[in-house]
Design a protein around this ligand. Structure first.
Ligand code: PGA
Length: 228
């Protein structure tokens, strides 16, 4: 069965020209692509297997929040998914679990499928961190909505731009099993995934991957989707 492979372009690429080149290369893939907001409305995904997602959203549907983007706007432009609580947002933009909880609720209300990112820093107890994040981030979300959330386990120290250490599929699986003991959600893996490592995570039981750096290299990302 084909897995859910999600490209997180982060704040890349630098120009629409380059974004268009990547998009055209990915057009026929069965995958999800999360570009920066500014490129979203430019991508024509009709008749394409590719689906669109965003990297963040606000917790209100509209209002006086200068510089923010609402989940309703994303839905209106054809997004199906939205990444919520990525470790880079938690770190650089001080997103708290309370904010993430509100964002998840708003995204669900707008009809988006949230991809909730959780994971520990180096030297932190993974189970304790993940448990704490899940408890706070998912607080008060009704059962019928809860199952729509995709959980991305991303050990921060394994993300390519913040250490990029290798997290073996066996090690990641222990946390996946820990999550699954309480939640029946789809669980995917993120952290320096490439065309060589993807299979290991899928074989370990992950239902897909959140791919950062490697999703900016056309050939590599195509291989990841094929190997998943
Ligand atoms: P990476 O990023 O694949 O470059 O490690 C993953 C992520 O931050 O979601």
């Amino acid at each position: 069965m084909k897995k859910l492979i999600i490209a997180n372009w982060k704040m890349n690429p630098r120009s629409w020209k380059e974004a268009k080149r990547l998009f055209n290369a990915f057009k026929k893939l069965k995958a999800v692509i999360c570009p920066p907001f500014v490129y979203i409305s430019k991508f024509k995904i009709q008749n394409s297997k590719l689906q669109l997602g965003a990297q963040n959203c606000h917790w209100e549907q509209s209002g006086a929040y200068t510089g923010e983007i609402s989940p309703l706007m994303l839905r209106d432009l054809g997004c199906k998914y939205v990444i919520v609580g990525h470790s880079e947002r938690r770190k650089h933009f001080r997103e708290t679990d309370e904010m993430i909880n509100k964002k998840l609720k708003a995204a669900l209300k707008a009809g988006l499928r949230p991809i909730l990112c959780i994971g520990e820093n180096k030297n932190q107890d993974a189970k304790r961190v993940v448990n704490n994040q899940l408890k706070k981030d998912l607080k008060g979300i009704a059962e019928k909505d809860l199952k729509k959330i995709i959980i991305a386990y991303e050990p921060i120290w394994a993300i390519s731009t913040s250490g990029g250490e290798y997290c073996s599929p066996e090690r990641a699986k222990r946390i996946m099993d820990f999550i699954r003991a309480d939640f029946k959600n789809k669980v995917i893996y993120g952290g320096s995934v490439d065309s060589k490592t993807i299979k290991g995570y899928i074989d370990a039981g992950f239902e897909g991957a959140l791919v950062g750096g490697a999703s900016l290299k056309a050939e590599e990302f195509i291989k990841i989707v094929k190997n998943a």
